[in-house]
Design a protein around this ligand. Structure first.
Ligand code: ADP
Ligand code: MG
Length: 568
């Protein structure tokens, strides 16, 4: 037996799986079926593009098989997909080849329900099987290779890896269930129910194989003669999912429930999405997209190594789910699929990035998504939920996506000196409330709403009844807002760096005051020294004695420094 040690983080993860994550155990079936489907996707793609596999797999059809054995307390999930060799097995299940495992362990909250939702998001789905298993055997043979391997583990410390025999390529996962889980999961109804719930629209058929006791049907004569009906055990095989690419079906025929179920099957999220956007485009370019906005922002939205949420297909053949450029970065919270009729199957990453077909799909998809978000914004309550989750990436969009800047600005919402507590305003509504002569959108940036609202700088604005936006997400507002330029010709102005509007300037009076306070100003200057650039008499305050301001040049400088810091 060849023994291998689990890498430390994997060991940690497995310990958590077996000891802490008890809620929602059923998702292990979703995760294993999704791995099976990924493996079939990969082989399906290879046999169409790799000369060496073309002939051998000419008539091959991908499928997933599930079987169970009550007496043996076991469950088996197998696929005829790409399979794994010894190296793959070690890299994929046993080490933290992917950054996901470590991030997962770091992200755990201790709340079992939340944590089990993280499993899929961080790409550690396979290990979820240890929530229900005493022991696992993974028997796998890679397409195009001669040797098969058996990986076995009870989820503690180490795993065994030995060569074995297996006829065709693919993977069999044999799960020896824990005693207390056996009656639940070695069950026809339970498995059917879970597959229907999570994997109904996996593009390949999933068959449930089981044995059933059948009683012979007796004829009337036999019954009269008092004959006993014979009982026998029969093998049954039943397809338990729809096995269609949901996105190819007509919009009119699909129900919300079906859209939601499909979302759950591709996103590893167990909550319904906030928005589904299904689009079929025909004409010069032909493609279908189905996008979703999750109710809560994906866990890794603010990580540089975030998992992209959109999968690319070409004529129903899965191409990639690791391409971050399918949508712009600021829309990285969007989940879904793009299926193109025009791209070549052997499209490479490089081709994708320069491809006109792809660029066109991307551009139209962004427009579509933004316009659907705009529709959502008509419902104030729902939109508040959207804003709570996604205002930050939207703000990033303002400077990432120049073409759609105006559309994104319309979607932003801000607190202001005129909004009620807990409410926000759109820029459009700000404009509507303002005097049409104002021609500027005033704002102040800082860390804390309360502090900002009591800034002495606001006094002259209050007096003149001019609304000021309160931007209290300093980290991002400070960088983004100065780059926003104008909204419908109204320029954005930072009130810490611009002259207050409508102040009556009586030159005579100003001079007089300046003379009168000259010596005080000198004294303050003396005391503050290099800490300030200048000390001036001002007319912008009405209640507070003094305030600190910066000039426009400084503001730009500060912002440049911020941006450069952000870019490392
Ligand atoms: P993810 O699916 O997000 O990559 P998992 O923990 O579910 O993470 O699986 C880890 C890896 O193990 C997969 O990326 C894949 O390379 C491999 N794997 C798991 N199951 C199979 C399978 N049935 N066939 C082929 N490879 C598999
Ligand atoms: Mg997986």
């Amino acid at each position: 037996m060849a023994k291998h040690q689990f890498q430390t983080e994997v060991g940690q993860l497995l310990h958590l799986m077996t000891h802490s994550l008890y809620s929602n155990k059923e998702i292990f079936i979703r995760e294993l079926v999704s791995n099976a489907s990924d493996a079939i996707d990969k082989l399906n793609y290879l046999r169409l593009t790799d000369e060496n596999l073309k002939d051998a797999y000419a008539t091959w059809k991908g499928e997933v098989n599930i079987s169970f054995d009550e007496a043996d307390k076991s469950l088996t999930i197998s696929d005829n997909g790409i399979g794994m060799n010894d190296e793959d097995l070690i890299a994929s299940i046993g080490t933290i080849a992917k950054s996901g495992t470590k991030s997962f362990v770091e992200a755990l909250t201790g709340d079992a329900k939340k944590d089990s939702n993280l499993i899929g998001q961080f790409g550690v789905g396979f290990y979820s099987v240890f929530m229900v298993a005493d022991n696992i055997d993974v028997i796998s043979k890679k397409a195009g290779s001669e040797t098969a391997y058996k990986w076995s583990s009870n989820g503690t410390g180490e795993f065994d890896l030995v060569p074995c025999t297996k006829e065709s390529s693919g993977t069999v996962i044999y799960i020896k269930l824990k005693d207390e889980e056996a009656s639940e999961f070695a069950s026809k109804y339970r498995i059917k129910n879970i597959v229907e719930k999570y994997s109904n629209h996996i593009a390949y058929p999933i068959f449930l194989n089981y044995k059933e006791e059948v009683t012979e049907t007796l004829s009337e004569d036999d019954k009269k003669a008092g004959k006993e009906a014979a009982k026998s055990i029969e093998d049954k095989r039943e397809k338990i999912n729809e096995a269609t690419a949901l996105w190819m079906q007509a919009k009119a025929k699909l129900k919300e429930q079906e859209y939601n179920d499909f979302y759950k099957s591709i996103s590893h999220d167990s909550t319904d999405p906030m928005l589904s956007i299904h689009t079929k485009v025909e004409g010069v370019s032909e493609y279908t997209t189905l996008f979703y906005i999750p109710k809560t922002a994906p866990m890794d939205m603010y990580r540089a190594d975030f998992q992209p949420g959109v999968k690319l297909y070409v004529k129903r053949v899965f191409i990639t789910d690791s391409e971050k450029e399918l949508l712009p970065t600021y829309l990285r919270f969007v989940r879904g699929i793009i299926d193109s009729e025009d791209l070549p199957l052997n499209v490479s990453r490089e081709i994708l990035q320069e491809n006109r077909v792809m660029a066109n799909i991307k551009q139209s998809s962004v427009k579509k998504i933004l316009s659907e978000i705009k529709k959502l914004s008509k419902d104030e309550e729902k939109y508040a939920e959207f804003i709570a989750q996604y205002i930050r990436p939207l703000k990033e969009g303002v400077y990432q996506d120049y073409t759609n800047k105006d559309a994104i600005l319309e979607l932003l919402r801000y607190k202001s000196t005129k909004t009620e507590a807990g409410k926000m305003t759109s820029l459009e509504a700000y404009k509507d409330r303002a005097d049409s002569e104002q021609k500027a959108i005033y704002y102040i940036v800082g860390e804390n709403e309360k502090v900002l609202k009591s800034s002495p700088l606001l006094e002259s604005y209050k007096k003149n009844e001019i609304e000021v936006l309160i931007l209290d997400d300093k980290e991002i507002d400070e960088i983004i807002t100065p780059t926003m330029g104008a909204f419908k010709e109204w320029e954005f102005k930072d009130i810490t760096a611009c002259e207050p509007p409508k102040v009556e300037q009586n030159e005579e009076e100003k001079k007089e005051v300046e003379e009168k306070f000259k010596s005080i100003v000198e004294k303050i200057k003396d005391k503050l020294g290099d800490a300030v650039k200048e000390v001036k008499i001002t007319t912008r305050l009405s209640e507070s004695p003094s305030c600190v301001t910066k000039d426009a040049g400084d503001a730009q400088m500060a912002q440049m420094m911020q941006m450069m810091r952000a870019m490392g």
